[in-house]
Design a protein around this ligand. Structure first.
Ligand code: HEM
Length: 777
């Protein structure tokens, strides 16, 4: 099966929906695919755009692999590690000749299963007993070493005005960190350093026949040395380090942590931790300096660095593709693959899939779902070292932006070591004027540091500076803010119903406001803010402190409140300031020519925003209910007769929403979509809560959630990434899929039917009714 050069498909037979008329998956594009050529090396997602768009899976005769390019398919492959085994992850992608094989044998080379290429049931017990040194708690101890090395290496070239970041820093620092993490004694670091690249070429590259023997010698030496270092470690098993931790665990679980594993991991672990991170930082620096506005933003606001790291890993990650072996017949993207098929899953292409990442080619360091990238893989084998890598990259970027904000890319052509998977420029030449080094004026900058967050970036840290262009009263107690980007650039597109999160100066507060202008206008955003007498301070700050010309930090936009554009009829209901998202939706419904009515209620006409504009735009579609004028909305009458295909979309005070919920009880499921203004969530009271367990199906973990913890906190402590934002059950960011167990829903995001379906929950506040939940994570 899968011999390079031949087509694996009986023409006309195997494809469920054939990729070519005769079922042959080797189209012209597939035949031309060359993962060792310059096109793939320079820009894998661009090189595979045609496949992503037209042929999401194809057979590469050159490799003997099926190539998969879209996000959902690749994630599904990662998710199912029984059907799609990782056993070939470290297999040589280009088989070597007999001479090189003999050389390897002469060194007793016996590289075997580690973690990344181990099948179940052996893998998960091993992963579990070796996980602890990767928890955020444990990783904190490595931060001072990373910072010290970074400072020392930058010191060496900061006054020279020109440097190759790779040769002069990025190759060596992650290697030294990797060796520290593994626990390699200082005196063995230099020799191990020399051999590590040979392993990459041997496994993922295509060395020419005359190079193969030299590579084999280097790999053989590396193997023997790894064994010797391990023997030395055995003599001092209480020393710090992941390998020593493994040796101690071997005593407790000898059948799980085997000798073969330890020797193979000693070698593979260096590569796993070193090249991946070195390349990722080199890619990131290249990308950031190619986008000066992004670089500038990081220099001005280091709080953006964690998300920028994720966006760099997404846009231009250091692992471009990974591999899986099909163990039983499976259908991928409509093509039936027999057992034994080999897959090259091009994660770098998935990371540019428009179906998952809006404006996917755009490099946007504030991108909300950047950390959904697949550069760390996903599921049971997802990179265990991801938070160490993230921490290193954050420290590097923080130091570069602080100490060398004026650096720029020198003229150069970037080259890559030809291989399918590990990707990073061999050199990144940068230049700057040393006379302008900020620390010449302020020497404290050399030592300064921004605190790190170990783990996935918090959505709280991702903000963009906007300027208040206009402040305009639009009703009694309501002010409209017109906001533009501080750098004058276009703002991201948003969908009606989206909101932004405004950081209220240094009050420590941030408040969510729906966007109410024209979604198509990328030059400005508009929000309207009601001064609430009993507000927690946010609206008082907007009304009392803000002036035209002020700069605001804003997060988002986020869209959790959406209307169904395919509904047969839309009934919009807004109460008071709830008109803001509803007005954007009604405008959209009008533009699309949908059937709709807009019901707008308030106490006093003077306190209702946009009445005249709405009347002018919507004419007879608009119904106004002004209670002081004697007209009130009779919700029961409005929704007296259930009708299929109608969607009721509402925003307003709790009382109005409750009345709508009641009236919709007899309507078809999911008729009502609402947005709440405020959470009904109290603070977590450990005395009243119960502990429960969550089983994570995709990662194979079981995590206890204590009574004093939210599910979100427990997941984070166990190194599992979940996005979050408001953490009050309001915004829907932390939604996770539920596979089994009854959920105690406490959010205000899900509709009644969604709650009853019991197939998702908000991790920030909802809990288990029983002792256990199973989640698709
Ligand atoms: C696994 C990428 C840094 C240790 C993986 C996998 C990928 C990956 C793609 C396979 C995932 C899968 O099959 O689903 C990266 C990238 C890094 C990085 C892009 C840097 C930017 C590190 C570091 C360490 C590390 C610093 C530290 C030792 C591991 C381990 C596994 C792994 C132990 C195997 C996990 C398992 O199979 O259970 N990594 N990695 N990685 N990585 Fe990383």
């Amino acid at each position: 099966m899968n011999q390079p050069g031949s087509c694996p498909v009986a023409h006309g037979a195997a494809a469920v929906s054939s990729v070519a008329p005769n079922g042959c998956p080797v189209s012209a594009g597939a035949a031309a695919f060359d993962p060792f050529g310059d096109g793939y090396q320079q820009d894998p997602p661009e090189y595979l755009r045609w496949a992503r768009e037209q042929e999401p899976i194809f057979y590469s005769p050159q490799l003997g692999y099926w190539v998969v390019t879209r996000y959902e398919a690749i994630k599904a492959i990662f998710r199912d590690n029984l059907t799609f085994s990782p056993s070939i992850a470290l297999e040589k992608i280009t088989p070597t000749g007999p001479e090189a094989n003999a050389v390897l044998a002469s060194y007793g080379y016996a590289m075997n299963r580690t973690l990344v290429n181990e099948d179940e049931p052996a893998h998960m017990p091993r992963r579990r007993v070796l996980m602890e040194p990767f928890t955020p708690e444990a990783l904190k101890h490595h931060e001072p070493v990373v910072r010290e090395l970074t400072r020392m290496y930058i010191d060496r070239f900061i006054d020279s005005g020109r440097a190759d970041l790779v040769d002069q820093m990025l190759w060596e620092v992650p290697l030294t960190v990797a060796l520290h993490f593994l626990g390699v004694p200082e005196e063995d670091m230099d020799t191990l350093r020399r051999y590590s690249i040979a392993h990459t070429v041997n496994t993922w590259g295509r060395p020419r026949p005359e190079e193969q023997v030299a590579v084999a010698h280097a790999v053989g030496n590396f193997w023997q040395l790894a064994g010797q270092v391990l023997d030395k470690m055995r003599q001092n098993p209480d020393a710090p380090g992941w390998m020593q931790y493994g040796l101690r665990q071997q005593k407790l679980h000898p059948e799980v942590v085997t000798d073969s594993y330890l020797h193979s991991m000693m070698m593979a672990g260096i590569v796993a931790a070193h090249e991946t991170t070195a390349n990722a930082t080199a890619n990131a620096m290249k990308l950031l300096l190619q986008h000066p506005e992004a670089w500038q933003a990081l220099c001005e606001d280091p709080g953006l660095i964690p998300n920028a790291v994720e966006e760099c890993l997404r846009h231009n990650g250091s692992v471009a593709a990974w591999r899986r072996l099909v163990t039983q017949e499976a259908v991928v993207e409509g093509v039936r693959l027999p057992a034994g098929s080999k897959l090259l899953i091009v994660t770098s292409s998935a990371n540019h899939d428009e179906r998952h990442f809006g404006d996917a080619d755009l490099f946007d360091i504030r991108r909300e779902n950047a950390s959904d990238h697949l550069t760390f893989g996903y599921g049971a084998h997802q990179c265990m070292g991801k938070n160490l890598a993230r921490m290193e990259m954050q420290v590097f970027l923080e130091a570069f932006t602080r100490r060398l904000p004026h650096m720029r890319l020198a003229e150069q052509r970037f080259s890559y070591v030809p291989n399918t998977s590990f990707r990073g420029p061999e050199h990144v030449w940068v230049e700057w004027d040393p006379a302008q080094n900020p620390e010449r004026r302020d020497p404290t900058l050399r030592e300064a540091q921004t605190p790190l967050r170990i783990g996935e970036p918090s959505a709280h840290a991702i903000s963009r500076p906007l300027v208040v262009q206009a402040l305009q009263p639009v009703a009694e107690g309501i002010v409209q803010l017109t906001l533009t980007a501080a750098d004058g650039r276009a703002l991201p597109r948003w969908a009606p119903g989206a909101h932004i999160d405004v950081v209220c100066g240094d009050t420590g507060l941030s408040r969510q406001y729906s966007l109410c202008g024209d979604p198509a206008d990328a030059t400005q955003w508009q929000i309207a803010v009601l001064r609430e007498p009993h507000s927690r301070g946010g609206s008082a700050w907007v009304h009392g402190q803000l002036k035209v010309g002020d700069k605001l930090q804003v997060r988002g936009p986020r869209s959790h409140f959406r209307m169904d554009e395919s509904a047969a009829e839309l009934v919009f209901v807004a109460g008071g300031i709830g008109i803001t998202p509803i007005s954007a939706m009604a405008r959209r419904a009008r533009q699309l020519g949908l059937r709709y009515t807009l019901h707008y209620c308030g106490r006093l006409r003077a306190s209702m925003a946009y009445v005249n504009e709405l009347q002018a735009l919507h004419g007879e579609h608009l119904q106004l209910y002004v209670s002081e004028e004697g007209r009130r909305l009779d919700v029961a009458a409005l929704l007296a007769t259930p009708s299929a295909g109608v969607q009721v979309v509402a925003c307003g005070p709790e009382r109005l929403l409750q009345a709508l919920e009641q009236a919709c009880e007899t309507w078809p499921a999911d008729t009502l979509r609402v947005e709440h203004f405020s959470s009904t969530l109290g603070t977590l009271d450990p005395a009243k809560e119960r502990a429960f367990e969550v089983e994570l199906k995709d990662s194979g973990l079981v995590i206890p959630v204590r009574p004093d913890q939210t599910l979100l906190q427990a997941l984070r402590a166990a190194n599992v990434d979940v996005q979050s934002d408001c953490e009050e059950g309001l915004c829907g960011s932390c939604e996770v899929r539920v596979l089994a167990g009854q959920v105690d829903h406490r959010d205000v995001v899900l509709t009644r039917t969604e709650r009853e379906a019991n197939d998702r929950m908000m991790a920030c506040c909802s809990r288990a009714c029983g002792d256990r939940l199973t989640l698709a994570l």
